[in-house]
Design a protein around this ligand. Structure first.
Ligand code: TXA
Ligand code: MG
Length: 310
């Protein structure tokens, strides 16, 4: 473990794995052109092999080494939001490894904004395949300590943990499928539907292909505690001993454990996963969560909490 981006890049070049900081969450990276290294990611994560990985790039010029084509609206999105918390799904070139794409005809690409991660990518000069650095189905890590706790014992001396401090965004990137004639939202994130529509001038479709309505997918991102979504006015009648996740406008009733008290959506997102992890550390049975408004980053927070509550 350390803060040396060059050591992390050298580790990847030799076929090792590296835990890498990004502005969204920590990733577990491998050289995306090394099938043996990439396959180890699945072992360490305990993740099914047909789940595709995001390929991280140093800059948008590298897209042409991975994608067959990029529609005009995807180019607008890349120009507006890269480097940043946005992943674009594009038709892949034939040489992109099946283990990276889950055998699909598409590849997910992202240019992350974290300066240390950028240094790694520049130094390596290749794409880095990286899912979030947690065990499959668990909450994503937003600090190197979370990575250590989840998978530290599964990494070897040839691997590297790059400490880039706490993640600035705190929830995973927005994923936009760019294989059709208009953008399709596969995962909410800090780049909101409103921002995508403004940038492209196109209506955003939901995961089902229809014009997007909020919140859809199944359980994921779940702590051990049972998460209950509660309206602000009902927090007082919730169970004693439960953890509470809400904006600062919601007071903590006597007997509840405050896990998160956010002044705004940015702070809410940044601290959300650490709060869910803390509920497990404290051995809480129940977590009460009050959702933020369904707009901007608030939509991504709602999505993750609704999944955690599923
Ligand atoms: O913010 C993030 O996106 C973080 C950081 C490390 O970049 N990464 C991340 O990776 O969240 P992961 O593997 O935990 O989630 C990636 C999601 C998965 O749900 C996967 O199914 C989807 O991206 N994905 C990747 N490639 C895809 C593709 N070709 N088609 C459809 N979905 C894809
Ligand atoms: Mg993940």
């Amino acid at each position: 473990m350390g803060t040396d981006a060059r050591l992390a890049a050298e580790c990847l070049r030799r076929g090792g794995l590296a835990a890498l900081p990004t502005e969204t969450v920590y990733g577990l990276g491998a050289d995306a052109t090394n099938a043996v290294a990439v396959s180890r990611i699945f072992t360490v994560k305990g993740r099914p092999a047909d789940h595709p990985l995001i390929v991280h790039l140093a800059d948008a010029r590298q897209v042409r080494s991975w994608a067959r084509q990029m529609p005009a609206y995807a180019q607008l999105l890349a120009a507006a939001f890269w480097p940043g918390p946005l992943t674009l799904i594009l038709p892949k070139l034939p040489e992109v490894l099946d283990i990276v794409t889950g055998g699909q005809d598409t590849v997910g690409l992202r240019v992350p904004a974290h300066p240390l991660m950028h240094e790694v990518l520049e130094h390596l000069g290749r794409g880095v395949a990286a899912p979030s650095a947690n065990r499959f189905g668990k909450v994503s890590p937003t600090a190197i300590e979370h990575v250590l706790a989840d998978i530290g014992n599964l990494l070897g001396t040839d691997d590297y943990l790059l400490d880039g401090g706490p993640c600035a965004v705190g929830v995973e990137s927005t994923i936009v499928d760019c294989t059709g004639s208009s953008p399709r939202l596969l995962r909410t994130g800090a780049v909101s539907v409103e921002m995508i529509e403004q940038t492209t001038g196109l209506a955003v479709l939901g995961a089902d292909g229809r014009i997007r309505a909020s919140g859809t997918l199944a359980s994921h991102y779940a702590p051990t505690a049972t998460v209950h979504i509660v309206k602000a006015e009902d927090v007082n009648s919730a169970s004693v001993g439960a953890g509470l996740i809400a904006s600062a406008a919601v007071r903590t009733p006597a007997g509840m454990v405050r896990l998160l008290e956010a002044a705004d959506h940015g702070e809410y997102a940044r601290n959300l996963y650490a709060a869910l992890r803390r509920s497990d550390e404290l051995g809480l049975r129940d977590v009460i969560a009050v959702l933020p408004e369904d707009a901007g980053l608030g939509s991504a927070i709602r999505d993750r909490l609704q999944r955690a509550a599923h």
